[in-house]
Write a protein that binds this ligand. Structure first.
Ligand code: ZN
Length: 516
């Protein structure tokens, strides 16, 4: 037996005794084999040492245990940082400094919040909390065609329900003048140009990796055209394009749109503005000026990172760190607005809270709790692998959340009446929860009950069943169903059934969502 192994055994025994008062040889053996798999073939050899050490440790007082630990293994007494079980799935953030992390949740107010939003918002918030930082809620509202006032509100309601707390709210549209200024800088630096080509030409050029004539125009042509975007040009007649590289392997870099004209009224600003930045331009500038240190977005944006960083480099602006995680959806439940919106607008579902949808309103209506969503999201972690989670996984987190707090009632589906003779009393009390003290309820009995069709079908005269919480019943007739109370013996083989007393039966309707 090497000194090193002896030491390890002593360390484990002391630690165990410190945590639990006493220690046991089996526990110490388990732990040592867990940390030193090579010892698995030498159990016989090490067991006597373990027994000896465990015995000596068990003779120490708690103070002596502590002193020994202080002498030999002081590291065990170092207060471990509180384990953040809920954040297990989130790895440390690269370059994160305590107290200085700023994250943002930047939804576009163009639809009702769904499970994908929940994932992003929860990760943004958890990271801000993990580093004692801040979370900004920023409505990325620069496409008036898709955005509506009701969605700003719906997103806030969703975040409140999720208990996601943010430190600051703002709208990208608040900064529209500043975004114009940044565009001007891009044009001044010749990092952008105004293109008046038709959409088909632009698309064809992108495919064929060809620049258009506008990109070769003089600088003052760009200035003139930029001015005209605010007056003369109509929607679709001119766009500002970033001067990227038309032959880049990354298609995003083939002179993407920075600004375009949208005539639709903006939900907050009305028709005050008609030139609107693209997502790519706005998000880079906003993240930078908002002080965001870590910007998370879903994986499908990964190719846009090059553009994001290049814009900030050219404008000599501070660069946040962009990181991607996978998009979250459920099997058979569309999250994409392209699919969701027509479903709602064409009346194929009853509304945005139709329980077949993955919107937060629908999940709430289904009885899913916010704490279950949070645990579920964190259990998936910060991965780039696509997550199409089975809905059952969320449901199992939900059960765990709901179970200890919910009273239990009996329910029978497809009820069939049964009469039972010889009941010992006309009233019983039943606990509301099998293990927690959640009070009792009284149930009145008059011999008429309901059982589930499925349970009744399996029975024939002579069979015994146990009415849960009441007692055993012998079946005397199957149709009409009749039985006789035969006592309260807890036999092992008697099938247990839920029952409802006719006297206090309540009719309920259950919605069971199927897949769309
Ligand atoms: Zn052009």
């Amino acid at each position: 037996m090497s000194e090193e192994i002896r030491d390890k055994i002593l360390r484990l025994a002391l630690q165990n005794a410190l945590d639990h008062g006493k220690t046991q040889d089996k526990i110490v053996l388990g732990k040592i084999l867990g940390t030193e798999p090579s010892l698995r073939t030498q159990v016989k050899e090490i067991m006597p040492t373990i027994i000896e050490i465990v015995n000596s440790v068990n003779q120490m007082s708690q103070d002596q245990v502590k002193r020994q630990i202080q002498d030999k293994f002081p590291d065990l007494l170092v207060e471990k940082p509180k384990k953040q079980e809920e954040r297990e799935g989130l790895p440390p953030l690269e370059g994160a400094e305590q107290g200085k992390v700023v994250t943002r949740f930047p939804p576009e107010p163009n639809g009702y919040p769904h499970i994908g939003h929940a994932k992003a918002a929860i990760i943004d918030e958890e990271y801000a909390k993990m580093y004692g930082g801040k979370l900004i809620l920023r409505f990325d509202d620069t496409n008036p065609e898709a955005e509506r006032l009701e969605y700003y509100a719906a997103i806030k309601v969703g975040l409140d329900w999720l208990e996601v707390k943010y430190d600051r709210t703002k709208n990208t549209s608040d900064d529209i003048e500043l975004l114009y200024k940044k565009c001007q800088e891009m044009l001044d630096g010749n990092f952008a140009y105004v293109c008046t080509c038709k959409q088909e030409t632009i698309s064809a050029n992108r495919r064929e990796m060809k620049p258009c004539k506008c990109s070769m125009g003089e600088m003052n042509q760009n200035m003139e055209r930029w001015d005209k975007m605010f007056s003369k040009f109509k929607q679709g007649e001119a766009i500002v394009r970033f001067r990227g590289n038309m032959s880049s392997e990354n298609t995003v870099m083939r002179d993407p749109v920075m600004f375009r004209i949208i005539e639709t009224k903006h939900p907050l600003l009305g028709d005050k503005y008609r030139v609107w930045p693209s997502y790519d331009f706005a998000v880079a500038i906003e993240d930078s000026i908002d002080g965001v240190t870590h910007a998370f977005r879903t994986k499908e944006y990964e190719l846009r990172n090059e553009l994001y960083y290049t814009i900030l480099d050219l404008l000599k602006m501070r660069k946040p760190k962009v990181m991607e995680f996978s998009r979250l959806g459920f099997e058979g439940m569309p999250v994409s607005k392209r699919i969701l919106r027509p479903l709602i607008e064409e009346g194929k579902v009853t509304g945005y809270d139709d329980p077949r949808l993955p919107t937060l309103e629908a999940l709430k209506r289904r009885g899913i709790r916010q704490d279950a969503i949070r645990k579920f999201v964190l259990s998936l972690g910060f991965t780039k692998a696509d997550t199409l989670a089975p809905f059952e996984t969320l449901e199992s987190f939900n059960r765990k959340a709901v179970d200890p707090e919910s009273i239990r009632l009996h329910m029978v589906k497809n009820p069939v009446p049964i009469t039972v003779r010889d009941l010992p009393s006309s009233i019983i009390t039943m606990p509301n929860h099998p293990t927690k003290d959640m009070g009792k309820r009284t149930v009145e009995l008059d011999g008429s009950f309901y059982l589930e069709l499925e349970d009744i079908e399996k029975l024939k005269p002579g069979d015994a069943i146990r009415f849960m919480g009441l007692g055993n019943v012998k079946i005397t007739s199957q149709s009409p169903a009749e039985g006789q109370y035969i006592g309260d013996d807890l036999g092992t083989d008697i099938p247990k059934v839920h029952w409802v007393s006719h006297k206090d039966a309540q009719k309920i309707k259950i919605l069971i969502p199927s897949q769309l």
